[in-house]
Write a new protein. Structure first.
Length: 370
C-alpha cells in the first residue's frame, strides 16, 4: 500500500501474532505471559536485562531455568534472527530485522572513535515520497510499534557488545526508514524510553523530519531537548516541490516559522540536512539562498553528497561542487559540515534504506564482515 498524503496515514495496525515482544511486558499482562506462579518483580528483572542489551538475553538473566525456557518459547525478539551485513572493517553494520508479521525493517549501527550510533527506523516504508530516497520509492506499509523501535536499539546494543563488551550505544538517530513525526505518539514514547529506561541523554538523540510542520510545532511543546534535523534539500519552493513533495503542503516559509518556534521553546539548535544533487540543487545561487535560511535560523548545515538509489537517475554532486558549496556557506559565516558517508556499499547510507533481501544475500559474500 502506498499513501501519498500525510493526513491519510493509517492508524497503527493491530496484528494477531500470538507471541509478544518482551518489550511489551508489563505488570498488567505479566500473569498471562509469565504465569500466575511468578512474582511481579520478574517484569523489572526482564526489562532491566533487555535494557542492558545482553548478547543472549534469556541466558544472562537471573531467572529460574524453566521461566527462561518459557520466555524463549513464548516471546518473539526480532534481534535474535537478524540478517547482518557489514563494511568499514566492521564499523558499519546493517541489520534486516524480521518483525512478527513477517515485515522487514532495516537498522544501522555505526561505530566511530568517540561514539557509537544506531540509526532507527520508525515506519515500515515511508509515505513522504522524496524522489531520491529508496524508502520513499518503495511506498508506505505501516507504523512501527514502540517495542519494534526498542528492539532495534536492543539489536544495536547486542551487536556492539559482541564487538567490545565494555561499550554501549552513545547516540540514537531516528533517520532510518520512515518519517518519525508521522508516527508521532509511538516515536515520542520510544524517545522517552531511551531517556528513562536505556539511560540515554536527550541531547544524544536526534530526530529527523522531512518537514511535517504540525509535528514540529507539537514537538516544540514537549519537555524534551532532543536534536532536530530537517531534511531541507532545496532553499526554494519550486525545487523543493519537485524533490520533497510534502513541500507542496507545508512551504519553506511555513517550515521556517515552525523551526523558529522549536528553537525558541526547546533552546536547541536545528540542523538542516541538504543532499547535494548534481545540477538540481547545488548552484551558487541556491547556496546563497541556503545561507539566508541557515543564518535566519542560526542553524547548522549538513551537506550530504547524494547516495545512489534504484529509481532516481540524477547523480550526487561531484567532489569539486561539494567543496564549492561548502566554501560559499563557510564564507558567509554558516556553520557547515560535509557528512562522512558510511555504509554506501551495503546500501546503509543516507536515503538508501529499503529491504531487498535477495540483493543483500548476493552482496554478503563480497562485503567484509570482520
Amino acid at each position: 500500500m502506498r499513501v501519498d498524503r500525510y493526513e491519510n496515514l493509517p492508524d497503527e495496525e493491530t496484528t494477531t501474532e500470538a507471541r509478544p515482544s518482551p518489550f511489551e511486558l508489563s505488570n498488567q499482562n505479566a500473569a498471562t505471559i509469565l504465569g500466575e506462579d511468578q512474582p511481579r518483580f520478574r517484569v523489572t528483572q526482564i526489562k532491566e536485562g533487555l535494557f542492558k542489551g545482553f548478547i543472549a538475553p534469556w541466558d544472562n538473566m537471573t531467572l529460574p531455568k524453566n521461566l527462561r525456557s518459557r520466555l524463549r518459547d513464548q516471546m518473539y525478539l526480532s534481534a535474535e534472527s537478524a540478517f547482518v551485513v557489514s563494511t568499514d572493517q566492521g564499523r558499519t553494520r546493517k541489520a534486516v530485522l524480521t518483525l512478527r508479521d513477517d515485515s522487514k525493517i532495516e537498522t544501522v549501527l555505526m561505530c566511530y572513535r568517540k561514539r557509537d550510533t544506531v540509526c532507527v527506523s520508525t515506519q515500515l516504508g515511508c509515505a513522504m515520497g522524496c524522489v531520491f530516497c529508496a524508502t520513499g520509492q518503495g511506498g508506505f506499509g505501516r507504523h512501527l510499534r514502540v517495542s519494534e523501535m526498542q528492539e532495534q536499539f536492543f539489536w544495536a546494543s547486542k551487536e556492539l557488545r559482541e564487538i567490545d563488551p565494555t561499550k554501549r550505544i552513545t547516540n540514537v538517530v531516528l533517520m532510518g526508514m520512515g518519517e518519525p513525526l508521522a508516527n508521532y505518539d509511538n516515536t515520542l514514547a520510544f524517545v522517552r524510553s531511551l531517556i528513562s529506561e536505556f539511560q540515554l541523554g536527550a541531547r544524544s538523540i536526534t530526530l529527523s523530519t522531512v518537514g511535517v510542520v504540525p509535528g514540529i510545532l507539537k514537538l516544540a511543546e514537549e519537555d524534551l531537548q532532543v536534536n532536530l534535523a530537517v531534511s531541507l534539500h532545496a532553499p526554494d519552493n519550486e525545487t523543493r516541490d519537485q524533490i520533497v513533495p510534502i513541500n507542496r503542503r507545508y512551504s519553506i516559509d511555513a517550515l521556517i516559522e515552525s523551526l523558529h518556534q522549536y528553537r525558541t521553546k526547546s533552546r536547541r539548535r536545528v540542523t538542516l540536512e541538504y543532499a547535494l544533487i548534481d545540477k538540481v540543487n547545488d548552484s551558487p545561487e541556491q547556496m546563497r539562498q541556503l545561507t539566508v535560511i541557515a543564518k535566519e535560523l542560526r542553524a547548522h548545515v549538513n551537506l550530504i553528497p547524494l547516495n545512489s538509489t534504484p529509481m532516481y537517475d540524477y547523480p550526487g554532486s561531484p567532489p569539486e561542487t561539494v567543496a564549492r558549496c561548502k566554501e560559499i556557506l563557510s564564507n558567509n559565516s554558516v556553520n557547515v559540515t560535509v557528512r562522512d558517508t558510511r555504509g554506501s556499499d551495503i546500501a546503509a547510507a543516507c536515503g538508501q534504506l529499503v529491504v531487498q533481501s535477495d540483493k543483500l544475500r548476493v552482496r554478503r559474500a563480497s562485503v567484509p564482515t570482520s
